[in-house]
Write a protein that binds this ligand. Sequence first.
Ligand code: SAH
Ligand code: SF4
Length: 386
Amino acid sequence: MGASSHTIINTPAAEPVPSLVGLLPERLEATLGEAGIPERQRRMRARQLWNWLYVRGATSFDEMTSISKDLRLELTGQFSISRPEIVDTQISQDGTRKWLLKLSPGVEVETVFIPDAERGTLCISSQVGCTLNCTFCHTGTQPLVRNLTAAEIVGQILVARDELEEWPAPGGGAPTRQITNVVMMGMGEPLYNFDNVRDALLLAADGEGISLGKRRVTLSTSGVVPMIKRAGDEIGCMLAISLHAVRDELRNELVPLNKKYPVAELLEACRNYPSVSNAKRITFEYVMLKGINDSASDAKELVRLISGIPAKINLIPFNPWPGSPYECSDWDQIEAFGEIVNRAGYASPIRTPRGRDISAACGQLKSESKKIRASELRRQQAASEG
Ligand code: SAH
Ligand code: SF4
């Protein structure tokens, strides 16, 4: 592909057949056009495909019986609709499930499903690894391997639906859905992979497909200020901000991106988030680190900072990982912190750690994938062929 030997591969190493998954309706139609489908048929064919992929969960063109055999054959030759491959499944004592998914040779990512009394949350990833090095986060210790494509982001939802048996049986009604919410809170910084994340989340919300609705889709960012407005304008989903500290000095240390986009700018972007209203509160995530960010004075400063923003504060007990440099705050301390925030009129739920026994809790995700150079990949391929 003309890559010099110094180019770092930042797209799938080999994508022999283009995927139809993850294309929004207009792109899907255009792609069918490029494949020679006559113009007068494109819209209808795109609608049929959309329904097979996202309502019925088809995994092959063969199943798409409302499409003629000839066309099915033609599509099979030109496109893929395959899912990421499950390499490993772990199920926690508390019912949380974690899947390790293979996206392309040597590239793996984690997806987590968290069932709860009244909802089921699927936590999906946007990147393999992360370029940001938040000091409390395990993913942050894995250098960025690459961005996920929209197909791979949507693919995580499709795989989870396969595994949870959520597709309607042929001729039957739809089973009860376990996945009620999708949160972009897995590996990576979603606003550093904006276009793919946007397309995937719009697709997940779409009422004629996966049908979650925009209020059940949440994007979490560590604070890429210039992209927050675009997220509001172009996706319009719920927003979560990984705040974690209320003073620049400490936040610079915990979330180094703060040096670029300090607290005041971040909160200004939140105030201007297009869909902020009482109905659509912003969630602030605050990891509780013992003796670091958990004092009463931190809580008071937090309340002062967010005043005027319709907000909810998620207090996240720190989840340890091998070699992590912090301890989780004591329970009393977390409760006292929450009490101050709550008395100021903000909901401040303490997030119950889920799936800790399988390293599926917030900030524990990491895969073994490493970034490899094009030259190294060619060497490996040559070696395996020879
Ligand atoms: N990169 C985005 C999306 C990941 S969301 C972001 O940072 O927002 C994952 C959430 O878990 C973030 O709020 C993150 O700050 C938090 N987190 C990371 N490591 C954690 C840990 N060890 N314990 C608890 N929460 C953690
Ligand atoms: Fe990346 Fe988010 Fe982890 Fe920070 S907390 S290193 S932005 S995944």
